[in-house]
Every structure is written in C-alpha cells, then in structure tokens.
Design a protein around this ligand. Structure first.
Ligand code: ACO
Length: 157
C-alpha cells in the first residue's frame, strides 16, 4: 500500500503528447526540454486518470540516472507528491542496478534544495555561472537572477 493509494505513477506511452506545460514549470524553455526529453524516460503521476505530476529520468552514465525534470501541478503542491516521485525514481534506478542518482537545481531554489535533501540527496558539486552560460536570456526567480547550479547526488548501493 502506498502513501497515496488513489495515486499511481506510470511510464509515459510513446504515442502520447509531451506535456510541455507541466515540464515548463521546472524548466525555462521548450528548447531546453527538447535537449533531454527524447533520450529520457518519462513518468506520469496520475490521480483518478488525471495527470498531476511528471518526472523525467535520463541515464547519463551506464549506472547513473539524472532526474532532469520534476514538476507537480501548482494546486497539488506541498502534499508530498514531489517526495513520492523522488522515491519512485530512486526505486526504479535501484531496480536498474544504478550506483547513483543525481538532480540539479539553481542555488537559490530553497524549496527544491530542502526537498531533495529531505529525499536523501546531498550536495555534490556547484557549477558556477551555469544558467547565464546555458540559456539565451537571463532567468529571474523572485527578482533574483539564476547563476549557479547545485548538483545533488545520492548513492544507491
Ligand atoms: N521553502 C522551503 N520549504 C518549502 C517551501 C518553501 N517556500 N514550500 C514548501 N516547502 C516544503 C514543504 O513544507 C514540504 O516539506 P515538508 O514535507 O517537510 O513539509 C516540501 O517542501 C514539499 O514537498 P512535496 O509536497 O513532496 O513537494 P511538491 O509536491 O510540492 O513538489 C516540486 C515539489 C516538484 C518542486 C513542486 O514544488 C513543483 O512542481 N515546483 C515547480 C517546478 C520545479 O521547480 N521543479 C524542480 C525544478 S529542478 C528539476 O526539475 C530537476
């Protein structure tokens, strides 16, 4: 029995339309999403057949998974669904015998940093000036320009 018996996480089907509006909650542009989405596995969080969340997992090394995108529809935030999806991603990565799982986020994303550490990730590296170098326009969140990217990692073995 899961924490959310009425909720399920299923693999995205190849003939489904990519839910960009949901993915754009976690990434800035469709171009950025397109750079990983076609080489990744997509998982859909559903409640009574309606999509409420998504995560995207990419094998970046033979035994390392990166969660490239995780998002929950706004009206469902802070109900534990983000943590639920992170635990699902870890479980599936372990089943694939991956040695570790990583996730990246801007250094100013306090909620995400808190959530990922609560899920067992620890800060592994910081890529200085990542966002200005990888996105065509400056990105602002709550009036602060995104600059450095934090990489968090969790060993699975
Ligand atoms: N500051 C600190 N912590 C907060 C804040 C805040 N402002 N707001 C909520 N929290 C805490 C909650 O209290 C909760 O912790 P608790 O269980 O100890 O109370 C935790 O953050 C939220 O946990 P969940 O409910 O499991 O997370 P949620 O279902 O809201 O999903 C997510 C989290 C996916 C980050 C969601 O907020 C979202 O979709 N945000 C927009 C997209 C996004 O930013 N995605 C991540 C980008 S990085 C990437 O995709 C790799």
């Amino acid at each position: 029995m899961t924490q959310f018996p009425e909720v399920q996480i299923r693999k995205f089907l190849p003939d489904e339309e990519i839910p960009y509006s949901l993915l754009l909650l976690a990434d800035e542009t469709i171009e950025a999403i397109d750079s990983y989405i076609h080489n990744s596995e997509i998982y859909i969080l559903e409640q009574e057949n309606s999509t409420i969340g998504i995560y995207v997992a990419m094998l970046i090394e033979p035994d390392v998974i990166e969660i490239k995108n995780i998002a929950v529809k706004e009206e469902f935030h802070n109900q534990g669904f983000g943590l639920f999806m992170l635990n699902d991603a870890k479980k599936r990565a372990k089943e694939k015998n991956c040695k570790s799982i990583i996730i990246c986020t801007p250094d100013i994303a306090h909620k995400q940093l808190y959530l990922y550490q609560k899920a067992g990730f620890t800060i592994y590296d910081i890529k200085k000036n990542y966002y200005p170098m990888h996105y065509p326009k400056p990105i602002f969140e709550d009036g602060v320009q995104l600059k450095d990217m934090v990489i968090l990692k969790q060993d699975l073995r």
